[in-house]
Every structure is written in structure tokens, then in C-alpha cells.
Ligand binder design. Structure first.
Ligand code: NAD
Length: 308
């Protein structure tokens, strides 16, 4: 800026049409979707704005340089040193609305996969084993779903689960009005009640000091032995060691994890537990979510850099 064109580094895959809206906005774009952490750390100060996803960490290692804006195309901001950058006068944005539908749909898919043994059945058949009679599943309809964190994604999960015919319990630090809960046939309850009555527990809080290890041994033991846990939020919200014991010793029936305390996870003991479905952080990996995230990110950049 300051006389020249604003320079933006897009250090993640980005929708073509959204990229063109940046170029049309007289913004000088450096598109480097496969940039490494080391490269980013070296060059980030040369740009007015950065766009990243969750795979690169953005830290003010060399101060802020020319940087004015950072946009995380997607939801979680835990890979960005938000407070440190804000103290330096750099604005940080994300696009959480863009990905909520995709994550919510994945949760329902994982619930069905857990209930019907889809993962186990498919892997056995690939080895030539026809497991049909060993796999007696259950329907979601009529079961109770506990949603921990009733924000954007929690709402999407509740909307679909309600349509399937599930009873919905919600636990959140924010108190929701009865009219809003009624739209989903939901009841807001204590964490204890949610854990003890739910057949499925799905986690949708951000990772904060309060939610780190929020589900540990005590909470997992408070769940029904027939219940399933689904975590698509952040790995550190569930105590991974306690979860391993819960799955191996049968405190709960099974779990699906899209997120891990370390990504990619190196804990082969966890990954080899038969009643666990692990997925490689694919919650927002849909064409629609990525397209919406790119357009929202482009809109933020044009507004912040060009004031329109
Ligand atoms: P959101 O901010 O819209 O909602 C979070 C909700 O959690 C809010 O209602 C908030 O009040 C509640 N909450 C905060 N602290 C709490 C606490 N201590 N106890 C109970 N409730 C608490 O967030 P969102 O967009 O719905 O995202 C939810 C989670 O999903 C985040 O962790 C996000 O990083 C993660 N996520 C994962 C993927 C993926 O690819 N798997 C994609 C997007 C988001």
C-alpha cells in the first residue's frame, strides 16, 4: 500500500473465482498454496495481508513488518497468535460460518458410521470377510444426542438430528432462550445430565483454557457404556489418554475423532483401537465450504485493504 498496490500472500488452496475478485480489486496477489512453515516465517513481514488455513502457524517472529491483516480461511484461530498480532495493530479475521454446514454433516455421517459399523464392515470386506451377521447396528431415530457447545456447528448438528427424530440435549456456557431451543426440540441441561442420558455425545466448543481436557476420565466414566463420543472440535478438548482407556476398557461403546492433540497423530495405539473411527481433520473439506471460505476471505481483504 502506501503509494503502491497492496500485497497479499495467499498461503493456502483458494478458489479460482475468489482469487480473481482480489486481482480485480487492484490487489497484488502472491498465490503459494503449498508454502512451507519455514518459507512463511521468512517472508510474512513483506506483505500487507496473509491468508492461511489451519496447517501453518502464524507468529510475529520478526515483528509485524508491513502486515495489517491476517485472514484464516476457515474456523479455528488456534494456529494464529491472535493476541500478539492484535497488540501490534494487526487485525485477525476468520470465516467460521463458511464451514459449519460441512462439519455438521460429517458429525451425522460419523454417528451413522459408528452405529452401523460402516468402517469395520468395509475394512473387513476389503479383506474378503463378509461380516453381515456380526454387525447388528442401531438407528439414530429415537436416541438422545448430547451437544456440548451450541454454536454454529452445534446448531447444524441439532437441525439434522432433530429431522432424523433424535432427542436433543444441549450444554453451553451461554443460556439459550426457550423459543430457540424449541426449534430443535432441544433442552439445555447440565453437563452431568447430558453425559449420563446421551446415546451420542458430540463436542463443539472452541479450545480454551476452560475446555482443554474438559472430557477426561470422570466425564467419560459418567457416559453410558452404550454411548458414542464424536469429537470434530479440537483434539485437546478430550483427554486422549483417558479416551484410550475408555475405549479399551468399555466405559463407552466407541468414538469418532476428526481432530487430535497432535496432527497428524503419531499415537498408533490410539489409531489401532477397533471401536474408534479416526478421520484426518476433514470437517471442512468440502467443495462448498472451501468455496464459501475463499469468497468470505476475499471479501474481508477487499474491505480491509481497499475500504470497499
Ligand atoms: P462457535 O463459536 O460458533 O460455537 C462454540 C460454542 O461453544 C458457543 O456457543 C460457546 O458459547 C460454547 N462454549 C464456549 N466455551 C464453552 C464451555 N467452556 N463450555 C460449554 N460451551 C462452551 O464455534 P463453531 O464454529 O461451532 O466451532 C466449534 C468447534 O469446531 C471449534 O473448536 C472449531 O475450531 C471446530 N471446527 C472444526 C472443524 C473441522 O474441520 N473438524 C472445522 C470448523 C470448526
Amino acid at each position: 500500500m502506501d503509494g503502491g498496490l497492496a500485497r497479499v500472500l495467499v498461503a493456502c488452496p483458494f478458489n479460482d473465482a475468489a482469487l480473481k475478485t482480489l486481482l480485480r480489486g487492484d490487489i497484488n496477489v502472491d498465490y503459494r498454496p503449498t508454502m512451507s512453515q519455514q518459507e512463511l516465517d521468512q517472508v510474512y513481514t513483506d506483505y500487507d495481508a496473509l491468508v492461511v488455513r489451519g496447517n501453518l502457524r502464524v507468529r510475529p517472529l520478526k515483528g509485524k513488518g508491513s502486515l495489517k491483516v491476517i485472514v484464516r480461511a476457515g474456523a479455528g484461530l488456534d494456529n494464529i497468535a491472535v493476541e500478539e498480532f492484535e497488540k501490534l495493530g494487526v487485525k485477525v479475521f476468520n470465516t467460521p460460518d463458511a464451514v459449519a454446514e460441512s462439519v455438521g454433516e460429517l458429525v451425522i455421517g460419523l454417528m451413522i458410521s459408528l452405529s452401523r459399523g460402516v468402517f469395520k464392515a468395509a475394512s473387513a470386506l476389503c479383506r474378503g470377510e463378509w461380516l453381515k451377521h456380526g454387525l447388528m447396528g442401531q438407528e439414530l431415530s429415537g436416541k438422545t444426542l448430547g451437544i456440548i457447545g451450541f454454536g454454529r456447528i452445534g446448531h447444524v448438528v441439532a437441525k439434522i438430528a432433530h429431522a432424523i427424530g433424535m432427542r436433543i440435549l444441549v450444554y453451553d456456557i451461554v443460556k439459550f432462550p426457550e423459543e430457540e431451543l424449541r426449534l430443535y426440540g432441544a433442552e439445555q441441561v447440565s453437563l452431568e445430565k447430558l453425559l449420563s442420558e446421551s446415546d451420542y455425545v458430540s463436542v463443539h466448543t472452541p479450545l480454551t483454557g476452560e475446555t482443554r481436557n474438559m472430557l477426561g476420565e470422570r466425564e467419560l466414566r459418567a457416559m453410558k457404556r452404550t454411548a458414542y463420543l464424536i469429537n470434530t472440535a479440537r483434539g485437546h478438548i478430550v483427554d486422549q489418554e483417558a479416551l484410550k482407556n475408555a475405549l479399551k476398557e468399555g466405559w463407552i461403546a466407541g468414538a469418532a475423532l476428526d481432530v487430535f492433540s497432535e496432527e497428524p497423530p503419531k499415537d498408533l495405539e490410539l489409531l489401532s483401537i477397533p471401536n474408534l473411527i479416526p478421520t484426518p481433520h476433514i470437517g471442512a473439506q468440502t467443495r462448498e465450504a472451501q468455496e464459501r471460505a475463499s469468497f468470505e476471505a476475499a471479501g474481508i481483504l477487499v474491505r480491509e485493504l481497499k475500504g470497499s
